[in-house]
Ligand binder design. Structure first.
Ligand SMILES: [Zn+2]
Length: 423
């Protein structure tokens, strides 16, 4: 493709659509509180569906609420090149996390249609339902499509706004939860999946580069650690006699934070203790119990497993040193998910063709792409997050950068939809 054939985004139209979706489920001036399987969520999905249809896409909403729009390719029966993301938010969150990816995928396929660019494989735009934890199940819609979540998990999970099960919430939102199996995509239905997303971190902004090519999405290990010591009088119990569970937790957290900080950059490791509590929780009582949560992420599953081993060892040491009992419970295990070489190359070339600088980086956030990886090769395009902020109404991405991302996505999709290009 030479410079004359570069497909540019219609930025004015994209901006209008972006602003229109931001008004549904708005929180304050800049935020969004749009949880999946609610009336606001259905409104935004129907709006996007209408835009898809005016762009000439054939649309369908599956039994749990995933929206898919399709443009046929030159060859019948070929698997599709799909792009998209989610339309739901944290409660409250920002207006870019998710919608940026859905709207740029829509613009990409629409511009390909408008310019009459030829493609062998069909193109699909997807809005996955319930990517955020507020829905009750993280990456709900994409997990259902990948056959990883069924009726039992939906019945066991709680949809936060209604307090009902996710199963019931799907029904109340107009879906048909008993047909969840029908949402599963056959393995041979997709050739490639690309998700454009805001970075949710500071790397691109710091580097002054508008386009990130994701090499891998981190895996995650999550769980809790409980410490049991001895509750005692804060004045009566001299320091050497104490079995303070909260201080054991503090000791553990500082030691492990140090280890995570020292991990090589190539592992992209993070360790977070987001929930900390001491019992009984009173100013004049030495805490006899303490509980902390942990969230350990890395793009190397081997490094995560080794770190978990270190955590267990440190726990053993601290138990002896402080006369407490410690128990670690692992509750969530997500494997890291590498982006395919073919798709990374397609995104890099697309950035080159469209004249936008790009760099490689990893995703510390978990995305729908991780679930779709069970069905086909995946890749991600990142656009910069101002100050690295996300999951807050302060989240911001310059509109110009979303449009740049959309142009890269357009070119990458078109490339991958060629029969000779490997995903
Ligand atoms: Zn997201």
């Amino acid at each position: 493709m030479n410079q004359n054939q570069v497909i540019r985004a219609n930025r004015a139209r994209m901006k209008k659509e972006f602003d229109a979706q931001s008004r549904i489920g708005r929180h304050g001036k800049t935020g969004l509180a749009r949880v999946a399987l609610t009336p606001d969520y259905n409104r935004v999905r129907e709006l996007v569906r209408r835009w898809m249809e005016s762009a000439g896409l054939k649309t369908r909403v599956d039994a749990v609420g995933n929206l898919i729009g399709r443009k046929e390719g030159r060859v019948k029966g070929f698997p599709a090149v799909m792009a998209g993301s989610h339309l739901d938010s944290q409660n409250p969150g920002g207006r870019f996390d998710g919608p940026a990816g859905v709207l740029s995928a829509l613009e990409a396929v629409r511009r390909i249609g408008e310019t009459g660019a030829a493609h062998d494989h069909p193109l699909e735009v997807v809005a996955f339902v319930g990517e955020e934890s507020t829905c009750g199940l993280v990456t709900f819609g994409s997990s259902v499509m990948a056959g990883q979540v069924g009726a039992a998990a939906m019945k066991a999970a709680v949809h936060s706004p209604t307090g009902k099960s996710v199963y019931e919430a799907v029904r109340l939102a107009g879906g048909n939860p008993s047909r969840v199996k029908s949402c599963r995509l056959p393995r041979d239905s997709l050739k490639a999946f690309i998700e454009l997303h805001i970075e949710q971190g500071p790397v691109l902004e710091a580097a002054g580069v508008p386009v990130g090519v994701v090499d891998a999405i981190v895996g995650a290990l999550r769980g809790d650690i409980h410490f049991e010591g001895q509750t005692a009088h804060s004045g009566g119990q001299p320091m050497p006699y104490r079995r303070d569970a909260a201080m054991a937790a503090a000791d553990f957290m500082l030691e492990m934070e140090g280890a995570a900080r020292r991990a090589p950059e190539s592992q992209r490791m993070t360790l977070t203790f987001g929930v900390i509590s001491a019992r009984p929780g009173w100013v004049s009582i030495v805490p006899g119990g303490a509980s902390i949560s942990f969230d350990l992420r890395s793009k190397s599953d081997k490094a995560s497993a080794a770190m978990l081993g270190r955590m267990r060892k440190a726990l053993g040491r601290i138990q002896k040193k402080r006369g407490v009992r410690g128990r670690l419970k692992l509750s969530v295990k997500y494997a890291a998910c590498p982006a395919s070489r073919g798709i990374r190359r397609a995104i890099e070339r697309a950035a080159g063709e469209t004249g936008h600088p790009s760099m490689t980086l990893s995703s510390g956030g978990i995305h729908d792409a991780c679930r779709i990886a069970a069905l086909c090769p995946i890749g991600m395009v990142f656009v910069p997050s101002v100050k690295g902020l996300s999951h807050t109404p302060e989240e911001y991405t310059r509109f110009h950068d979303i449009a740049v991302g959309a142009e890269v996505l357009t070119s990458a999709m078109l490339r991958l939809a060629g029969r000779r290009v490997k995903a």
